[in-house]
Design a protein. Structure first.
Length: 582
């Protein structure tokens, strides 16, 4: 079981000085507790044998002083050890978040967001309690028992034997129930992840749920999952409910045997009344540590189950990362020359999405990519910032294999507007300036003007400081796309990729955006994925991608003259515009 805690060793080592201070505080606290029974025992013997009231007075003041020392040491123990657990929780949370931020898209395809959130909250809290209260209570129990036992044996080894006789029963109970607690808590955490994932998906898809009138169905589905979670939790509660009374019963048996055997020892003259009082105080002081044992076992079993779940995330290596020994510095800026050489790509063992793609995009030029839905257009452009990883030696930037470029240098030089627009639930200003730390108000407004959304933003009650809500829910689809375009322009990138970024705007707005983009596109490599000919014709060249293959490439006029998919698309859209006009 202890090997499951191995992932925490680096963190414990990092705070070993603080934990060592906590150990000193534990020793001082339990040393002061040991003094109390000794003082009480001597006071009782002093009263019985000498009847001196001064003994009572002196003992009372000494007990107050010792209690004050114990209180200070207990405060220091809790402050240091619980504080260390909070520091480790802080480091664990940062490491988890940092590792998650580096993961590729495939990771988030395999892990549900709710499950990740459950591990980052509920499981992390269980680990903190393992490193804080569990360690503190365990240390106090072990140290006090080890310190008190010699004194108890010195008073009467026979009495100690009888007093500790029921403890093996407690050990067996703890072992049996501890295993059940561990397995049950793992199932509970898995179910909690399911509930978190379901809640997250419903909150994110609130519009869809309402549009399909599925509120009641989703409520029932959530209730079913929640009922299962409660059922599993109540089963754990029943186990814990048996553990605590069992430990208390064992402790009661120990007290009963102490009174029975200890009383006879006093009557037989083998120990004094003061020694018996001293022994009883030791037993009373052992009461809480013994009862806390059940609480500690619970925390330990919960914590070890959660350590495993957290370690799974921390050990997950990003599938896309920098190669070792890169010669290009991370502050390098590519010119923007892009080339695909005999590119063939598929997702894992699935079918090939792209087949033998050969395409060159000179730096500073623009290329539009058109083709039917599902032909691989988005997949192709996702290979440029390495959101997906192409086979080695098939994608080049400035004549170098793309894997020789540091991810930071590559992605910092790319302005990317994905097909699925995402906005953070903050202000429009912060969304446009995302990734640009020194952005000025003038630069933000200029980017918004180019994206043809500045006037609409200024009409909002709070202008650029307007909060967009969860995933930009307060904005229309077109407004979200244009905000994303402004965000990409704001970076002043060498490579600008617009993945169907004008799909949610009308043709008039599209023309206004393209007019602003023409100046921005000057001297930078621009790739436009388009379904409209009106968007594609603004590019220097147009590539037609069908079933993962480049079937045509040329200018707008060349493709119209050669016939094929592009020419048919042009005629179809021309006819649609005429029908709408009439």
């Amino acid at each position: 079981m202890l090997e499951k805690l191995n992932p925490l060793r680096p963190y414990l080592k990092r705070y070993r000085a603080q934990l060592a201070q906590g150990a000193v505080a534990v020793l001082l606290y339990n040393s002061s507790k040991i003094v109390m029974p000794l003082l009480i025992g001597r006071a009782v013997d002093g009263i019985v044998h000498h009847g001196a009231e001064s003994v009572i007075t002196r003992t009372v003041f000494l007990l107050i002083a010792v209690a004050a020392v114990a209180a200070v040491c207990l405060y220091a123990t809790r402050w240091i050890i619980i504080g260390a657990s909070r520091e480790i929780e802080f480091d664990l949370r940062n490491d988890m978040f940092g590792n998650l931020e580096k993961q590729s898209l495939s990771f988030f395809h395999q892990h549900r967001t709710g499950d990740i959130m459950a591990r980052a909250t509920n499981d992390l809290n269980a680990v903190r309690q393992l490193l804080g209260p569990a360690i503190m209570y365990s240390a106090n129990t072990v140290v006090f028992t080890a310190a008190a036992l010699p004194f108890m044996l010195h008073i009467s080894s026979r009495l100690t034997l009888f007093a500790f006789l029921p403890l093996p029963i407690a050990s067996v109970v703890v072992q049996l129930m501890g295993r059940k607690i561990h397995s049950r808590f793992e199932r509970i955490q898995a179910m909690f992840s399911e509930i978190s994932a379901k809640a997250q998906e419903n909150f994110s898809g609130a519009r869809l749920v309402r549009a399909f009138a599925q509120e009641e169905a989703e409520i029932k589905s959530f209730e079913t999952a929640n009922r299962e979670y409660i059922r599993r939790s109540l089963f754990l509660v029943r186990i814990m409910a048996m553990l605590w009374p069992t430990l208390e019963f064992v402790l009661g048996m120990s007290i009963m045997l102490t009174l029975l055997v200890g009383g006879r020892e006093v009557v037989g003259g083998r120990i004094s009344a003061g020694q018996f009082a001293e022994y009883m105080v030791f037993m009373v002081q052992l009461t809480f540590p013994m009862l806390a044992l059940g609480y500690v076992i619970n925390l330990f079993q919960r914590g070890t189950a959660s350590v495993v779940r957290i370690d799974e995330l921390l050990r997950w290596e990003p599938s896309i990362k920098d190669e070792s020994g890169l010669s290009i510095p991370i502050d390098a800026v590519p010119r923007g020359d892009i080339e695909f050489r005999n590119l063939t790509f598929g997702y894992g063992d699935g079918p090939r999405i792209l087949e033998d793609v050969n395409l060159s995009i000179p730096a500073g030029s623009s290329l539009a990519i058109v083709g039917p839905t599902g032909s691989g257009k988005s997949t192709l452009v996702n290979l440029i910032p390495r959101l997906l990883d192409a086979p080695a030696g098939e994608v080049f930037v400035d004549g170098l294999p793309i894997r020789e470029w540091p991810l930071t240098a590559l992605r910092r030089s790319i302005g990317f507007v994905p097909q699925e627009t995402f906005l953070f639930s903050t202000s429009i200003r912060d969304n446009i300036a995302f990734g640009v730390e020194s952005a000025t108000d003038a630069e933000i407004e200029r980017a918004a003007t180019v994206a043809h959304i500045a006037n609409e933003i200024l009409e909002f009650p709070h202008g650029f400081d307007t909060l967009v809500g969860e995933r930009g829910v307060t904005l229309s689809g077109g407004q979200k796309q244009r905000t994303s375009i402004a965000r990409a322009i704001m970076r002043d990138p060498r490579i600008l990729i617009l993945d169907d970024a004008l799909a949610s705007v009308d043709t008039y707005t599209e023309e206004q955006i393209l007019r602003g983009l023409r100046e921005v596109m000057t001297d930078r490599t621009t790739i436009l994925i388009a379904h409209r000919v009106s968007t594609a014709r603004s590019a220097d060249r147009i590539a037609v991608l069908i079933n993962g293959r480049i079937t045509q490439i040329g200018t707008h006029d060349e493709l119209l003259a050669s016939g094929g998919y592009y020419s048919e698309l042009f005629e179809k859209q021309q006819l649609e515009e005429e029908i709408v006009a009439n």
